[in-house]
Design a protein around this ligand. Sequence first.
Ligand code: NAD
Ligand code: UDP
Length: 329
Amino acid sequence: MKVLLTGGAGYIGSHTAVELLRAGHDVVIIDNLSNANESVIENIQKIVQRPVNFYHGDLLNPADLDRVFADHKIDAVVHFAGYKAVGESVAKPLMYYQNNLVSTLNLLETTTRYGVKNLIFSSSATVYGIPEKLPVVEESPLSTLSPYGYTKLAIEHILTDVAAADPSWNITMLRYFNPVGADASGLIGESPRGIPNNLFPFIMRVATGELPELGIFGNDYDTPDGTCVRDYIHVTDLAIGHICALEHLGGLRIYNLGTGRGYSVMECVQEFSRACGFGIPYVIKPRRAGDAPAIYADPTRAANELNWHAQRDLADMCRDCWKYQKNKQ
Ligand code: NAD
Ligand code: UDP
């Protein structure tokens, strides 16, 4: 298959590119580098020893998309491109609605024009809001608290309508839980700009000494140790999930991609300390607005229908994060 990855220079996209290339597929990437560096493309090529077709382009500009489809016979698209920071989306909602929604509409318009109707969309566990029952299944009630979350829900609705209107579309929406870790090569990983919002990037900056301590947002939740519980999934397992999804396209499908196991913030701090060999200083801070006390996936549908299982555990995630971080220094 020749697969177009929008936002393919980003964290999850770059790991998916590597796994697709390792599995023998061809990859085309379009990315405006708003949250990625062009060196990622070189590193993907270094890992797989194969060339990658890269377009420095913006999905907000239909001409950029048109160029890609005119140059390549694309079999399927994986749509990663978008903004993803919950807090920033609250501060700048229009920027989020504009980029995430208009990009998707432009993409759908272009793929339709070129007759490419195989699509995988990067959705998120954020569409489950604060779940009442755990683990969450794909039919769990949907709700969300941030403009970012609304863009994911809105795109899920748009894609559902598109699939209903034209049954020749094959659309799979993947609801990712919390991706962490890095490719085992240590050459690509997650390196957000500025002060990180997410737990693991923050822990890594504390481990390198760039930030003095981690703030743990709340230790009085109704969870085993009082800190929030999430379903962390190794980014390589997540990337492989996209290949399984591409191999099982057919109609409209929705899958949770998580491990099914929750870990608390405190467990993550302890596991990371084991991986790097020293303690991570932390302080307990007030709860962060909008945080669910606990959320983890029921990944049974992906196991049954895609034959996909997460293979890597939290220790692997911490080890690979740390390897990437040390490589970068
Ligand atoms: P990322 O920011 O690393 O990657 C997104 C890429 O899209 C970036 O490289 C960015 O430069 C590019 N981009 C943004 N707007 C663009 C545009 N208009 N045109 C072209 N390129 C554009 O993020 P990620 O963590 O790799 O996430 C990928 C997708 O998965 C996103 O849609 C995100 O919402 C979703 N997701 C991520 C997580 C997570 O925790 N990382 C969880 C659930 C869902
Ligand atoms: N978290 C924390 N300190 C930080 C960043 C995150 O305690 O500096 C907690 C956060 O409250 C949540 C968990 O870590 O319970 C995962 O947060 P993240 O932002 O990585 O993912 P999400 O909130 O999207 O699940």
